[in-house]
Design a protein around this ligand. Structure first.
Ligand SMILES: *Cc1c(COP(=O)(O)O)cnc(C)c1O
Length: 358
């Protein structure tokens, strides 16, 4: 029996969710976004599970792309932040990584450093996110320069949506319109859609979609849960009940004694805490799942443990407690933690073993 917390990773669900993305955008090619350890699920394991299905992978940084190549991943890999200096450019080229070019500085770097390997470039246009990207006014000049570069053999145009999680926000239509206005002058392929674009903005699908979060079975959309889109949870975070003990009415529990038992009852201690990535700032009223029933978290989350009220849930030491995943959607936990599913997934620490199924 494992007493340590584990993150079970269901690779069948992962491939199912990839299929959902395909069904939403049947005529687009699909770049599976696996940055940040595949949103905490494990970079190489997720890459291996999807490489037969995906048209490409995307990661944020060079080191992530190199890791994929070293592990034998041969499908196209795109660096979403591109390269930052000459050395990175050479490494990316040698590893046959495709690069995003998102600022004039990167364009200059590319033009000034002849590459022995032909490069595939994605010119990133800023259509309203105002984080990365070439401003609209400079887009035509940059496209022309990139197209004139002898060692660039493939050009695509890419932009990123800032507000696509909200179907009522008019900013997305403005971004889509701006992208179209620029791109319609060219025959280059385009990519716009993140998960929210895939699920809610069909005009954003164009040639290549870039889903991340939805592959891991969470909803990026305001007011919609994963099940609304037939997405299945991939990570199920579990720990063991390590103590079951009585608690007397009025007893304070945990650091600061911020919770006091309202009546004589039963308290459980679960062997997982913020040192494993469970959010310390979870709100009062948050729940865990135990034998198919919900039990509330009480008191402060500690580094290695948290406490739950078992007064209404029969339980014994060794029982499995689910923090999120199958039976307890991560979207619900994200609301209790006043965050988004992305951060919960990414924050699961290295101490938590990942167990892969399927
Ligand atoms: C992370 C990222 C994505 C994926 O976003 P999700 O909301 O997780 O689907 C797509 N494109 C870019 C540029 C990204 O940085």
């Amino acid at each position: 029996m494992h007493w340590n917390p584990v993150a079970k990773v269901n690779l069948v669900a992962l491939r199912h969710n990839f299929g959902v993305a395909r069904r939403y955008a049947p005529s687009a090619k699909c770049i599976a976004v696996i940055k940040s350890q595949a949103y905490g699920h494990g970079l190489l394991e997720v890459a291996k599970a999807l490489q037969a299905d995906a048209d490409a992978f995307a990661v944020a940084r060079l080191s992530e792309g190199v890791q994929l190549r070293k592990a034998g991943v041969t499908i196209p890999v795109l660096l979403l932040e591109g390269v930052n200096d000459r050395n990175e450019l050479r490494c990316a080229a040698q590893a046959h990584l495709q690069i995003v070019v998102h600022q004039a500085r990167q364009l200059a770097l590319l033009l000034e450093n002849e590459s022995p390997v032909p490069l595939s470039c994605w010119l990133k246009l800023d259509t309203g996110m105002h984080r990365l990207g070439i401003p609209a006014a400079q887009s035509h000049a940059c496209i022309t320069q990139l197209a004139s570069c002898a060692w660039v053999d493939e050009i695509r145009l890419i932009t990123h949506l800032a507000n696509a999680d909200d179907v009522d926000d008019p900013a997305t239509d403005r971004q889509l319109y701006q992208m179209q206005e620029i791109c319609d002058h060219y025959a280059f392929e385009r990519s716009i859609a993140n998960s929210a674009g895939v699920l809610a903005w069909s005009q954003s699908h164009v040639d290549w979609i870039r889903p991340g979060l939805m592959l891991y079975g969470a909803s990026p959309m305001l007011g919609h849960c994963a099940a609304d889109y037939d997405l299945q949870p991939v990570m199920t975070l579990q720990a063991r009940l390590i103590v079951v003990r009585p608690v007397r009415r009025g007893d304070p529990v945990g650091y600061g004694g911020v919770w006091r038992a309202p009546k004589d009852g039963v308290l459980g201690v679960v062997g997982i805490g913020y040192g494993d990535g469970y959010p310390r700032h979870i709100q009062f009223g948050a729940q865990v799942l135990l034998k198919g029933r919900r039990a509330p978290i009480v008191g402060r989350v500690s580094m290695d443990m948290l406490t739950i009220d078992l007064s209404d849930v029969p339980a014994e030491v060794g029982d499995t407690v689910t923090l999120w995943g199958e039976g307890l959607p991560i979207g619900e936990v994200a609301v209790w933690a006043n965050t988004i599913p992305y951060t919960l997934m990414c924050q699961v620490t290295a101490r938590v073993e990942r167990h892969y199924h399927g």
